[in-house]
Design a protein around this ligand. Sequence first.
Ligand SMILES: [Zn+2]
Length: 413
Amino acid sequence: MKKLFLSVVAAAVFACLPANADGPEYLPKWEKGYLYIHNIGTGQGDCTFMVLPDGTTWMVDAGDVGNATGKNPAWFHTVPDNKKTVGEYIVDYYNHFSPTPGELDYFSLTHFHVDHTGSPKTALPGEHGYARSGITLVGDLIRFHKMVDRAYPSYDFPSREKIFKECSLMKDYLAFVEYQRSQGMQMERFQVGSKKQFALLHDPKPYAGKFEVRNIVANGEVWTGKGMQTRKMYSGDISLFDENMNSCGFLLRYGDFVYYNCGDLGSGNYKNFKSQERDFESFVADLCPHVTLVKPDHHGWRESSNAKFLMATRPEVFVFMASNRQHPYAGTMRRLADPLVYPEPREFYTTTDAARSHLGDELWGLFKPTGHIVVRVHPDGRHYEVFVLDIFSDDYRVIYHSGIKEVRVDGKK
Ligand SMILES: [Zn+2]
């Protein structure tokens, strides 16, 4: 009897142990058929790196606001520390997890702000006519095969002066584009409505009809849902339009799983902005039947994520990339968490604890542990997992794992 009791206890203990009982847990290595969405935590801006089901690699943004030591109290400091620049940390991460270290199929930039491009403040000198920070550093150390931004080749909407005024890296960025083009990099302007600009490159056939990236918004134009048709979302004086309003955005679909990333688009008015024509999400909501994973617009700040958008998309997982002390804003978080907006459960992840004191204990308590956040979608396009990797370890060990979840479609399991 005693023997039986002991073996039952042993079995129960064994069942509770993590899969790798001898040491830390690590992210499963990418295999064909899986979609990985890595949200890299740097404390200084956005950087998302994806491995698509056939091994095509794509990075969206590589920001660095240039507040490495945290001297400006409104912004966070670099994580894990400032021994390296943000761009170097991104390169380390990419080369660790990419199936093709040193080579990247697509790089796309949502818009020209330093938390998405990089900043001269923390730039390293370069040998090719541009200082290196964010994109220009990552692209110096990793070969981009194709790059896409919202304004190539003219860079004049709403005006060249305005783009330069809003992005202090612009001179270096344009020199980078020019040099890399001379080395064979393909450069394109983001095409709203297209489903071909970010196509699978290596083995697309098995995923035909199952995987698609649709470009839905850029430069104040939104896809209508028909062919390549677009419509303008604002009228008024274009000199008032700022970079956030012009962000490029896409919907990525893999089976039932849908991912939304629209840069720093807005969803409503806020008095500090010059143009009050900011409600883009209400137009975009019409295109989104359901969304599994959302990168909240504009880091979840005041004018992000309106109720119409949330009620239309009913997201399951929100991932913030936080660099400002109000990423996300407390009022926005209340709306995201409110069961009256939509009743289904949802999970919140953020890369850093930049907003912890602004949010307070109750709202902060809704978040999972912070770190690099990786969403792993299974080959069936119906199941996914979320992993949080430790930013402060040098081997990217897993500190949180959601377990396997089934995609909720139209509110039903
Ligand atoms: Zn931003």
